[in-house]
Design a binder for this molecule. Structure first.
Ligand code: NAP
Ligand code: F7E
Length: 375
């Protein structure tokens, strides 16, 4: 039997790290693309480095030659194209870079496969996104819902979606899009709204931060757990024919609801007062007071800042995962919204506490060294 060899672009990201673990557990040889950075600690995959079937290679989505050479060297049977400038708000500040990596980058991967004559043996998964629905034309959204991208990120991803479809039809390649709705985890980047909230709730509960500033609290998202979603990426490539799938939980919540629940799990109940930019999250009850915090009922711990409003914002994402459920046998309710928030808050409460202990130890050590107590 031929060996399963996966090449993952974006291996250092949230999804890349979970997908690597998933594929290694299935016996795959996993190759990941990394790029040079001045800080070489790759936090999300550090625990995998040194694993016999796990290999990292330098390349870049902006560098065709590096991709062609790497695809030729690795001879993958499956490529998971997860690399992207994935932050919607950042795409307004760096639209050209976003287009290069998120749009033309997809083309570069497809051409790297063709240049190496692997189009009949290598399947390709493309990380498409619910942001394609943008200024939504129907709710909930499924595989037939028209697209209306509403940010430079979404427009770039739309090119990726269509070029994948084009190569499938023109060259009979097994390439597919997973149209994934927001998926979060304790490994989520710290500037996405969910992780920003869970980290801030943990810091505020432990007296390390006074207030959390957010943008649009009314925005609706269909949030799932990233660990559950990487299974779908694999299932899409194991399907008998190449097709696109919506991956979502089918349940919608506002940013405000996410924040209310996250603070609750951190021991702080909130009530909301005011509207728009004047809305505030105010403490109504403290169930788990930390010695380190001086919090009291009535304190404002969440406020709105216009700095986090977007020139155009996608405000009503709600996915219909029926096709994935019926054709891939995937369960969209493996982890509930409540469980997801709880997992993230528990992780961040522990992280903030551990960071505090580490900082106290560093301070003590510096003092002991200065006084000559330790040498
Ligand atoms: P992420 O945590 O932001 O990870 C992005 C990855 O892309 C990182 O490994 C990053 O490398 C890499 N990358 C960026 N530019 C690159 C370049 N020029 N060359 C090589 N690698 C580059 O994103 P994620 O949340 O795991 O998402 C994975 C994919 O799914 C992305 O394509 C995203 O757009 C898409 N998506 C995500 C969601 C979601 O809710 N998470 C939903 C739908 C679609 P560095 O570590 O070096 O920066
Ligand atoms: O924003 C609102 C914001 O940045 C969610 C990426 O993985 O999922 C992600 O994109 C909502 C938006 O994710 C803040 O305006 C309010 O309406 O967490 P986010 P996103 O833009 O949905 C999709 C599916 C992807 O494909 C992307 O790669 O929350 N919001 N206040 C805020 N958002 C942020 N970041 N920060 C705030 O303070």
């Amino acid at each position: 039997m031929s060996k399963n060899i996966a090449l993952i672009t974006g291996v250092t990201g949230q999804d890349g790290s979970y997908l690597s673990e998933f594929l290694l557990a299935k016996g795959y040889e996993v190759h990941g693309i990394i790029r040079r950075s001045s800080v070489d600690f790759r936090e999300r995959i550090a625990h995998l480095e040194g694993t016999p079937n796990f290999h990292l290679h330098y390349a870049d989505m902006g560098d065709s030659m590096s991709l062609v050479k790497l695809v030729g060297k690795v001879q993958p049977t499956e490529i998971y194209n997860l690399a992207a400038q994935s932050h919607v708000q950042v795409s307004f500040d760096a639209p050209e870079f976003t287009a290069d990596v998120d749009a033309v980058g997809v083309l570069r991967i497809l051409e790297a496969v063709r240049t190496n004559h692997l189009e009949k043996t290598c399947k390709i998964y493309q990380a498409s996104t619910s942001e394609l629905y943008g200024k939504v034309e129907e709710v909930p959204q499924n595989e037939k819902t028209p697209f209306h991208p509403y940010s430079p990120y979404a427009v770039a991803k739309l090119y990726g979606y269509w070029i994948i479809k084009e190569y499938r039809e023109a060259y009979d390649m097994f390439c597919c899009s997973g149209i994934l709705f927001n998926h979060e985890s304790e490994r989520r980047g710290e500037t996405f709204v969910t992780r920003k909230i869970t980290l801030a709730a943990a810091r505020i509960a432990q007296g390390k931060q006074d207030c959390l500033y957010l943008g649009n609290l009314d925005s609706l998202r269909d949030w799932g757990y990233a660990k559950d979603y990487v299974e779908c990426m694999w299932l899409i490539l194991q399907h008998d024919k190449p097709e696109d799938f919506v991956i979502a939980t089918g349940v919608q919540h506002t940013v405000r609801e996410f924040a209310t629940l996250a603070f609750h799990y951190a021991g702080i109940d909130l009530r909301w007062e005011g509207e728009g930019v004047n809305e505030k999250g105010i403490i109504s009850n403290i169930s788990n007071p930390s010695n380190a915090s001086n919090l009291k009922v009535g304190d404002v711990v969440v406020a709105v800042s216009e700095a986090f409003y977007r020139p155009t914002d996608v405000v009503n994402l709600w996915g219909d995962p029926t096709k994935a459920k019926n054709e891939l046998g995937w369960n969209p309710q493996t982890t509930s919204f409540e469980q997801l928030v709880q997992i993230m808050v528990k992780h961040d409460m522990e992280k903030v506490a551990a960071d505090h202990v580490a900082s106290v130890m560093r301070t003590n050590l510096a003092e002991y060294l200065e006084k000559g107590i330790v040498k």
